[in-house]
Design a protein around this ligand. Sequence first.
Ligand code: ADP
Ligand code: MG
Length: 253
Amino acid sequence: MAKIIAFANQKGGVGKTTTAVNLAAGLFKNKKKTLLIDFDPQANATSATGIDLEKIENDSYDFLINNNIDVNKAIIRRDDDFDIIPSTTQLAGAEVELSNQSGRQFYLKKSLSDINAEYDFILIDNPPALGLLSLNALTAADSVLIPVQAEFFALEGLAQLIKTINLVKKHSNSYLTIEGILMTMTTHTKISRQVVSEIEGHFPKAAYKFTIPRSVRLAEAPSFGQSIFEFAGLSSGARAYNKLVKEIIKSDG
Ligand code: ADP
Ligand code: MG
C-alpha cells in the first residue's frame, strides 16, 4: 500500500507545489514508485513537471468525480520519472459540484483505492484554500506535510490549518497524522531566523530540523519542466530537498 501524503497550507506561495514536485522527483530517484496528483485548478505542479498539456486525456477532476473513467487514462505514466495525474482548470468546478453530495469528502479516497497498491508514495498537491478539494485530500491521506514560508504572519495561518486537521481527524480520517512542518524560503535575515525558531518552539516534534533556503534555482527549475535535482543537482535547494527525501523514506520505515 502506498503512503499517501497531502501538501497543505491555505496560504498561497508558501512552497506546497515546489515541495511536492521535488519530493516526487527525489523519491523516484530513490527507486520509489511515486504518483503526484495535481489537486490545484491552477495546475502549477502539472506545468512544473513539463508534461505536454496536449497529452492530457483525463485530469484529476475526472479522477475525482467520474466513477466511470479508466484510472489508467488519468495517470500519465513515465518510465524515466514519477507518474502524475495532471490538473486543468475544470477542477475548479469540483468544489461546487460536490458541495451538495453526501459523503463529499470521501471521493478522492474512493478513487485512490483502485491504484493504492501500485505505488510506494502518492503525493497530493493542494490549492491554497481549505475547501472541499483540500478536505478530500486530507481525508484520503495518511499524513499531511505543511510547508510554511519563513515570514512574519506564518504562525497565524498555521493555527487555522491545525484546527482543520483536527476536524478531519474527528470526522473523516482518524488516522491522519502530521508528517512534518517544513520551513521554506528561509534566509539569513533576523526575521527569518526568528520565525523558524518560533515554529520550532511551538512544534518541537513536527518541525523538521532543516529548512529549505530561498534559492533562485528552485524558482527557475519549474519553467524548464525540471526538478531541482535535474536542473541544479548541486545547489543548496537540491541538498535541502534531498534531506526531506531521506526523511520521508525513513519515516515510511
Ligand atoms: P504554493 O504551491 O504554496 O502556492 P509554490 O511552491 O508555487 O507555492 O511557490 C511559490 C513561488 O515561490 C513559486 O514561484 C516558486 O517557484 C517560488 N519558490 C518556492 N520555494 C522557493 C524557494 N525555496 N526559494 C525561492 N523560490 C521559491
Ligand atoms: Mg501550488
